[in-house]
Design a protein around this ligand. Structure first.
Ligand code: NAP
Length: 485
């Protein structure tokens, strides 16, 4: 097979553009945190040459594989990231697996500055009995499936054997998942949803979704705009137990101190007290369940190892002070039957060899983006920085990464000013040239930005045939092939 984008091809083109004194920066991860960091580095440092590597052949991280297909406006930021990638001082190298194709130690040897912005590619666990039963998925897996991530195209969630799904967690990802399960497929058909997911949702039997939180409506982790969208969905019956709306003094205080919590509560309250008391025949249903924490998953009796229900322990809130209330079990239990469970309790970052990692918080220990040698916070790893979910945990919207990148780039700039790090000669830290040499030696099939642009054109062309903005290519083979065409 001809390896068109073998690193050697790119290497010969790039050598002539590398002057002898650059600030060589490598950013790992091409999601919002990576691209905002690149943009700010280019603005702040004229001598900066920025390389962005990504495990996937496609850039943009969660904007491509996390943002829901029915939220096209959120994806517009891709235009801004594209302008960054097209700058002369920037190169994107996709299909490069950090940790296996190139190690952290190798990158640190090659570059003056390494910024890790590869996000959170795993999930928090509940650690309760039955968590490995068939039919239980993390929301991340489900989201990657409907967004055509090549690692999850074969997830094949069972949407047929029952009419009920349970979503655990009431954050914005939980809302996304519930919305996609309940939205009419005629509306989804004109989005960039992966075609395998559209077909499965068209054939889905799911009519009822329980969206379950361990705390109350004041603490629901979603934001008002996203909640309003779900509550306003066409032909959807919403069920909320009025008794869950009672507020404690701490709840009142929490709402007073936090405008978002107040808006979310008010929306839930309004939805609970308006609308019909019963669903109309065949109507889809969304049940908000509060004060229930998952205790165990129950297995179907057919011996096939499938989940058939979730046992919840009812909770009460304990703890004094705004935002500090925690859910405590009351030893009263309730089972909710279902055919599928989507755990939407948060993403989790994964460390690579040689990277200091706080396993408790699931983040790289850092001070304003400077990686610390350990959690005690005394020593800094020179030239190594972090940004995005890997730095601060899996919270915040895309724009949060703007501030996060600003802080990390600020630390890099300070360290350059103080001489802690310096632009080096390409003999010392060969940067791009050295990386491409290393990848070439390993026969890595690098996908440059022009390769992504080919994928992009093909997806848009295929999408236009079906009245969609794009038809995503969902297998590694298709993506790598399209990158070469
Ligand atoms: P999240 O906002 O942190 O929500 C996690 C949910 O899981 C919370 O309800 C949390 O309850 C619950 N949870 C955590 N551990 C649990 C456990 N052991 N048992 C039961 N419940 C548990 O996380 P996310 O929904 O994954 O979202 C991640 C970030 O992406 C958020 O900042 C979100 O706003 C953002 N996002 C934004 C959009 C958008 O703007 N449209 C879309 C998607 C995601 P507790 O509060 O009790 O811990």
């Amino acid at each position: 097979m001809t390896i068109f984008f073998h690193a050697r091809t790119y290497l010969s083109r790039s050598i002539s553009t590398v002057s002898s004194r650059h600030l060589h920066i490598c950013i790992v991860g091409s999601g919002p945190a990576g691209f905002y960091t690149a943009e700010k580095m280019l603005k702040a440092h004229q001598e900066a040459q920025v390389d962005i590597i990504d495990r996937l052949p496609t850039p943009f991280g969660l904007v491509r594989s996390g943002v829901a297909p029915d939220h096209p406006e959120t994806k517009i930021v891709i235009n801004q990231f594209t302008r960054v990638a097209q700058q002369e001082r920037v190169a994107f190298f996709g299909n490069v697996a950090f940790g296996s194709d190139v190690s952290l130690a190798q990158l640190r040897n090659l570059y003056d500055v390494v910024v890790l912005a590869y996000g959170a590619e795993s999930d928090r666990h509940l650690d309760i009995p039955g968590e490995n039963l068939i039919g239980i998925h993390s929301a991340r897996e489900f989201v990657w499936w409907y967004n055509g991530h090549p690692d999850y195209r074969n997830l094949n969630p069972d949407l047929k054997s029952s009419d009920t799904a349970i979503v655990l967690g009431q954050g914005n990802v939980g809302l996304d998942v519930a919305r996609i399960l309940l939205r009419s497929t005629s509306e989804l058909a004109s989005t960039d949803i992966a075609s395998h997911a559209l077909t499965a949702l068209e054939e889905s039997s799911i009519r009822k979704v329980y969206l379950v939180g361990r705390r109350g409506p004041v603490q629901a982790a979603c934001t008002a705009k996203e909640l309003r969208e779900v509550l306003g969905m066409k032909d959807l019956y919403i069920q909320i137990n009025g008794a869950d709306l009672l507020k404690t003094r701490e709840d009142e205080e929490e709402m007073m101190n936090n405008r978002i919590r107040r808006r979310v509560y008010e929306l839930i309250q309004k939805a609970a007290t308006s609308g019909p008391s019963q669903p109309s025949p065949g109507q889809r249903e969304l049940h908000f369940v509060f004060f229930h924490k998952p205790d165990r998953f129950l297995q179907s009796e057919d011996g096939r190892g499938r989940v058939s229900a979730v046992r919840f322990e009812k909770t009460a809130l304990r703890g004094v002070g705004s935002g500090k209330q925690v859910a405590v079990g009351t030893e009263e239990y309730e089972d909710l039957s279902c055919g599928i469970v989507l755990k939407s309790i948060g993403y989790r970052s994964v460390p690579v060899d040689g990277l200091p990692f706080d396993h408790h918080q699931g983040v790289v220990p850092n001070k304003r983006g400077r990686v610390l040698t350990d959690t005690s916070g005394c020593l800094v790893e020179t030239g190594l920085y972090v940004c995005g979910w890997l730095k601060r945990g899996p919270t915040g919207i895309i724009a949060t990464n703007l501030y996060c990148a600003d802080e990390t780039v600020g630390s890099i700039s300070e360290d350059l000013e103080k001489g802690v790090i310096a632009a080096s000669s390409s003999l010392l830290n060969p940067g791009r040239k050295g990386l491409l040499q290393l990848l070439d030696n390993k026969n890595v099939e690098v996908v440059p930005f022009s390769g992504w642009e080919r994928i992009d054109s093909k997806e848009k062309m295929l999408g236009s045939l079906r009245n969609k903005p794009r038809e995503k290519l969902v297998s590694w083979e298709e993506l790598l092939e399209a990158a070469k065409e």
